[in-house]
Design a protein around this ligand. Structure first.
Ligand SMILES: Cc1cc2nc3c(=O)[nH]c(=O)nc-3n(C[C@H](O)[C@H](O)[C@H](O)COP(=O)(O)O)c2cc1C
Length: 197
């Protein structure tokens, strides 16, 4: 691959939200996880942990846990019933449609010191592994989408997936064959986001 090819590859990754139903072979899932685990991390502590969900029993348990919390939170905020049920139904559909769900976690024990900056560095490190996972999926010709829901449902996610106490859910990544390419995205110009000094 030339640098131009690599830039084109990196720039062409998009969030895919509609997936084909085909299963993703286990060796492909493992290859993507191995690539994700090559991400840089603060103090090389590699604080990322991954819970891979492909079975329907666990998927249903996770969907119920996440949407149960979503419903409770929206109800507490006073959202209209129709809006709550619409969002819950869409979320369940999305969880059911994605062939692979990977809950991206941070090992809260993988930290050098109990200081807020160190926690931030660990969270940043986990996010880099998440990006690397999305790019690995892109390299496989698969689509991926970062989903924030488990952040709002720590205990529910832990219970549904029987996660160890020290695994803190940061996000969930949907992966699978691409059914629908996302639409165009408007990027901020460099002049708005960069200062050259
Ligand atoms: C921290 C983070 C949280 C996100 N949460 C969600 C989410 O909950 N649901 C969703 O559909 N997409 C989510 N996304 C995907 C973004 O919407 C997407 O990256 C953004 O719109 C840019 O589009 P692109 O990924 O196609 O370039 C999230 C992305 C990040 C980095």
């Amino acid at each position: 691959m030339t640098p131009t090819d690599l830039h084109a590859f990196l720039r062409s990754r998009r969030s895919v939200r509609r997936f084909e139903p085909d299963l993703v072979p286990a060796p492909v899932i493992e290859r993507m996880l191995e690539t994700a685990a090559c991400a840089p991390s603060a103090h090389n502590l590699q604080p990322w942990r991954f819970c891979v969900v492909t079975t329907s029993v666990v998927r249903t348990r996770l969907a119920e846990a996440l949407t149960g919390k979503m419903r409770a939170d929206m109800t507490a905020e006073g959202a209209p019933e129709a809006e709550i049920e619409g969002r819950v139904a869409r979320s369940i559909r999305r969880i059911e449609e994605a062939p692979v769900l990977i809950v991206l976690c941070r090992d809260i024990l993988a930290i050098r010191k109990d200081e807020p900056e160190e926690v931030t560095m660990a969270v940043q490190s986990v996010a880099l592994a998440g990006l690397q996972l999305l790019l690995a999926a892109h390299a496989e010709g698969l689509g991926g989408n970062w989903i924030c829901w488990p952040l709002y449902a720590q205990e529910e996610t832990r219970k549904a997936l029987e996660l160890p106490e020290n695994w803190e859910a940061q996000a969930m990544i949907f992966l699978g064959g691409i059914e629908e390419e996302p639409g165009g995205k408007v990027l901020k110009p460099l002049s708005e986001i960069v200062r050259f000094m």
